[in-house]
Design a protein around this ligand. Sequence first.
Ligand SMILES: [Zn+2]
Length: 137
Amino acid sequence: MSTPKKRITRRSHNSTHQKPVEKNRFLDLPFDVITEVFEYLEPVDLLHLARTTKGSRTFLLDRYRSGHVWKTAVSNVPGLPPCPGHLSQPAYAHLTFDPVCHGCFKSCDTIEWELRMRCCPGCHSKLYVPPTLSTSS
Ligand SMILES: [Zn+2]
C-alpha cells in the first residue's frame, strides 16, 4: 500500500508576497547613545539621515527628542549662525544646505531668508510679490 504523495506547490515569481521590513537596529539603541552619536554630525548629515528611513525621520523631526541634537549639529559648523526663531532646526538645515530652488528645483545659491526659501533669478519674479502690490486692496 502506498502513502498519498504530498502535493508540492510553488509560489509564482510574480507573487505579491512582500519581504519583511528590516528593522532599523540603530534606533533601538538607548536614547542617550543615539544622541551621543548624532552630536558628532553636522546639520546636513542629520538632514540626509532624516531622509533615509521612516524611523530616523520620526526621531529627527521630533523637536522634543532631537532638538538638542540639531542645535549641537549647528554648533559643529564653524561660522554658521544659530537657527532663526521663525524656522525649525530641520527647516533651517534644509534652507541652508539644500542648494535647490524651491520653484524649479534647479541648482540655486540664493537664499531668501525673509521668505524662508531658495529662489533662482528665473523664479524670483514668479514667486515674489512685492509688499506694496500685495496690500493694495
Ligand atoms: Zn528656480
